[in-house]
Design a protein around this ligand. Structure first.
Ligand code: BT5
Length: 324
């Protein structure tokens, strides 16, 4: 069923100015003309604006600002990432759904995405605010043949992908705050959560959760986020297309993932450092074992943060919250 709708949409989107007859569409989709009509109705319910003119046929004149599988597939230029999309309008957490799918054999590149999360989560089970229709709440499943220790690098790969995708779609220049925050104008607009299903020596699946604030206005955020959160749309001063952003994130992520598997972490590390806010600055890292203050010197080949304290001693930070 959804395959037919995908074929109809792709044919209609390929020739936006022309009408395609019911028969032509039926041939393309491999179904009856009556079925074409039914699927067109379904697409209209999804928010696509489809004009129908007697004796001419159908054409597409508008599409919703949605992140449904149908919408995301139009013009998506990837080989694997996002080729299988699991969309839900409302979900507890896309991360949870992705964990289940991964455990049940979902292929590499599977994308879980929702219009709203009611129980979005950050690290250490912290809440992730995910209001309806305003952001990108997605989890991507990758299955690299790597040992589990490499997993944290994927947070950094995803951060580079997000920065590049935002630059390309909006012209904004976001910055990365180690390990998993992306800031714009000094406030958080994206958080990344990388989780793992693994055997002792081998990753089974990496699940990369990405939460991006796109079209929120200040009122969308609860009190506790007022001074620390923002959205790309607010900073750009216009409403942005969530689907364009998701497509670009998938495209950049695919390119970076290929680069990483071919050449290792070094080229990614260089890009990451060029976008990082904290490198060279005096910071405080709050870890579960206490705080360390000093100058952020860079990240290691493993993606571990190095801080030099006032005695000149170098500390390796695996996980922490950073204060600038
Ligand atoms: C993160 O955790 O930043 C990772 C967030 C990952 C969210 C995605 S959405 C899709 C997928 N499904 C999920 O359930 N999760 C992933 P952390 O570094 O622990 O930061 C959490 C903190 O960020 C919270 O304690 C708040 O202070 C703040 N926060 C919560 N919601 C926010 C938002 N929408 N924008 C900016 N900051 C937020």
């Amino acid at each position: 069923q959804s395959v037919i709708r995908e074929k109809l949409l792709s044919a209609l989107s390929d020739s936006p100015d022309d009408f395609l007859s019911g028969q032509a569409l039926a041939d393309i989709a491999g179904c009856s003309r009556a079925a074409v009509w039914k699927h067109i109705e379904e697409l209209r319910k999804e928010g696509f604006v489809l004009e129908a003119v007697r004796k001419k046929g159908y054409r597409i004149i508008g599409s919703p600002d949605s992140v449904t599988a149908n919408k995301l597939k139009i013009g998506l230029k990837t080989k694997t990432l996002g080729q299988y999309i699991h969309y839900e309008e409302t979900v507890g957490s896309t991360q949870k759904v992705a964990h289940e799918l991964a455990a049940n054999g979902a292929p590499e590149g599977t994308l879980v995405i929702a219009d709203e999360q009611t129980d979005g989560r950050g690290r250490l089970m912290r809440e992730w605010h995910s209001s309806k229709g305003t952001g990108v709440w997605m989890s991507l499943i990758l299955k690299p043949l790597l040992p589990p220790q490499k997993a944290p690098q994927f947070t950094l790969i995803a951060a580079v992908a997000v920065v590049q995708a935002i630059q390309e779609t909006t012209g904004l220049e976001p910055q990365i705050k180690w390990p998993n925050d992306i800031l714009i104008n000094g406030k958080k607009a994206t958080g990344i959560l990388t989780e793992l299903q693994a055997e002792p020596d081998k990753i089974s699946s990496i699940i990369i959760g990405i939460g991006m604030n796109v079209n929120q206005t200040q009122e969308h955020f609860p009190d506790e986020l007022q001074s620390i959160a923002t959205s790309y749309g607010m900073v750009a001063g216009r409403s942005l297309s969530r689907s364009d952003i998701v497509q670009k994130v998938l495209e950049r992520m695919e390119a970076l993932y290929e680069l990483y598997m071919a050449k290792g972490f070094t080229p990614i590390k260089l890009m990451w450092e060029s976008y990082a806010v904290s490198i060279g600055k005096r910071i405080t890292a709050r870890t579960i074992n206490g705080s360390i203050e000093g100058y952020a010197r860079g990240i290691t080949e493993e993606g571990v943060l190095q801080i030099e304290d006032d005695t000149g001693q170098l500390h390796h930070i695996y996980s922490a919250d950073i204060e600038l």
